[in-house]
Design a protein around this ligand. Structure first.
Ligand SMILES: *[C@@H]1O[C@H](CO)[C@@H](O)[C@H](O)[C@H]1NC(C)=O
Length: 372
């Protein structure tokens, strides 16, 4: 009797794995990963979705350096995830190691040649975004850190300026930022003025004009291959779902993100043309995210309206608190805390953007961009 039950369970599990290819990816994120680097380096700019430890070094409430963050990757690292982030998986698809956080670097030897992660939780395109959390490195600040890296550190590792220029031109620059300009600025009228000054379209224009000059700065420092990552449907994250009566997405919030993403798609094209020798890729995360929240079973998940940590209505509005007990079945959850996806979801986003099987980037995948 007992053995039959075990056999049945094993058969069922095999069937499940066959039926849910996305689930296999969670177990083996390296499926389709390059064994050799396909680009010299990956330089990363962004917010808490991809911060891999920079905010550990800042005086801020936006930190994830305590249990249970990192519970599935050997302990807390500063990542806002139960384990890895999209760029951690993404780097592996490009044949690169995990990219170290800028603030963790105490020396600048050859180990920095595979790239640096400058992302900072609570940061935005606008300098004031997220200021109520305390210190954070805004996108302008992150670009200044990169500028300093290129001016003072990298030249020591190359024979001449030409080699450094080539290295930068071949490397991939990823910019994943903008969500906080809504969550921790526009949507907080008690703390920030922006929603009184701009309507949704006007604010998206402001963000895009600011971002355009920031990207131009990166280009002038030497970046050529750039990935602009769209923002997800923020109206569908647990912190907003918990505010609606029927657990449905807050459409007014999504209606702010849609024009932001459509402008981002536009500048992907216009900058590609106006900056000679550049190549821009747009990574669409909105559609997959919306789909996995609406139809989690399609991707092997069962829970998409509640966070794994900070579970429940009241708790759902906060990040995961120190020593809070998270859910046990983390691979079943779309959201780790009220704002950030689980590493299982991050693995899928990476595969859909960075791998040789990518579907979510235009005009080419990040893998193909890296290879150019
Ligand atoms: C972007 O520019 C590159 C040349 O740098 C070109 O090969 C590519 O087709 C352009 N992409 C778009 C979408 O215009």
């Amino acid at each position: 009797m007992e053995r039959r039950r075990v056999t049945f369970a094993a058969t069922f599990l095999c069937l499940l794995l066959l039926l849910l290819p996305e689930l296999n990816v969670v177990a083996n994120a390296q499926d389709g990963a390059a064994t050799e680097p396909v680009t010299p380096a990956l330089f990363i700019f962004g917010d808490s979705l991809i911060d891999d430890g920079n905010n550990n070094y800042l005086v801020t409430a936006a930190k994830a350096n305590y249990f249970p963050y990192g519970i599935d990757s050997g302990g807390p690292t500063g990542r806002f995830s139960n384990g890895l982030t999209v760029v951690d998986y993404g780097a592996q698809y490009l044949g690169l190691p995990i990219i170290p956080p800028y603030f963790s670097l105490t020396s600048f030897g050859k180990h920095i040649l595979r790239g640096i992660n400058y992302a900072s939780a609570a940061a935005g395109i606008l300098d004031e975004t997220g200021r109520h959390y305390g210190q954070r490195t805004s996108l302008n600040g992150q670009i200044s850190q990169f500028q300093e890296t290129v001016a003072l550190k990298l030249p020591l590792l190359f024979q001449n300026q030409d080699e450094l220029t080539q290295y930068l031109a071949k490397s991939v620059f990823l910019i994943d930022i903008g969500g906080n300009d809504y969550l921790n600025n526009y949507l907080q009228p008690e703390r920030y003025d922006s929603s009184r000054i701009y309507d949704g379209e006007g604010f998206a224009d402001l963000l895009m004009n600011t971002l355009t000059s920031q990207i131009t700065r990166l280009y002038n420092i030497g970046a050529r291959k750039m990935v602009l990552v769209g923002t997800g449907p923020l109206g569908c994250i647990p912190s907003f779902l918990s505010k609606s009566s029927d657990n449905s997405c807050v459409q007014s919030v999504n209606n702010l993100i849609i024009p932001f993403n459509s402008r981002l798609t536009q500048i992907t094209n216009t900058l590609n043309q106006s900056l000679p020798g550049s190549f821009f890729v747009y990574q669409n995360t909105y559609d997959f995210f919306y789909d996995v929240i609406k139809t989690p079973s399609k991707y092997g998940f069962t829970v998409s309206t509640k966070a794994c940590c900070g579970n429940g209505r009241a708790g759902g509005e906060l990040t995961c608190l120190p020593l809070q007990q998270p859910c046990a079945d983390r691979n079943q959850y779309v959201f780790w805390d009220s704002f950030h996806p689980t590493q299982a979801v991050n693995a899928i986003i990476a595969r859909r953007g960075y791998s040789q099987y990518a579907t979510d980037c235009i005009p080419i995948s990040i893998y193909q961009l890296a290879q150019l």
